[in-house]
Design a protein around this ligand. Structure first.
Ligand code: CU
Length: 136
């Protein structure tokens, strides 16, 4: 194989995989007596195809779900969202009071400043693992 072709293949892999951009990734700290944490972020899909997040995991929590905050009979409650789809060229914000990651049963107490990696399984079979910062 000519050397220039080899270099091109290294720089531009032939199979393009979904690539989401995760920004402002953070987790709200809570005392060790509380068994859940909420995670927030902005997700940007710069690609030309919709990308769905199908499942989420972390080495720091036994279980991770996507939740939506809802008002039901005047009471604030939460329900699980099975998958999140980010349309091409679109952004999605997970913010306090709205959609959030629900991080359940931490294996160790969390502290402000901790960095926790969370893995997202995407609809094209690839995965991405951005780092979340624990904040007060
Ligand atoms: Cu929740």
């Amino acid at each position: 194989m000519p050397r220039f072709l080899f270099i091109l293949l290294v720089i531009f892999p032939v199979v393009a995989q979904a690539e989401l951009v995760f920004e402002d990734t953070w987790i709200k700290n809570l005392p060790p007596t509380v068994p859940v944490r909420a995670g927030y972020m902005r997700i940007h899909n710069p690609g030309s195809k919709a990308v769905s997040i199908l499942s989420i995991s972390s080495g720091a929590f036994a279980n991770v779900e996507i939740h939506q905050t809802i008002m039901q009979d005047g009471m604030m409650s939460m329900e699980q969202v099975p998958a999140l789809t980010i349309e091409p060229n679109a952004q999605l914000a997970l913010e306090p009071g709205g959609i959030h990651l629900m991080l359940m049963d931490p294996f160790e107490p969390t502290r402000p400043g901790d960095k926790i990696r969370i893995t997202f399984e995407l609809s094209d079979g690839s995965q991405q693992s951005p780092v979340f910062i624990v904040r007060k």
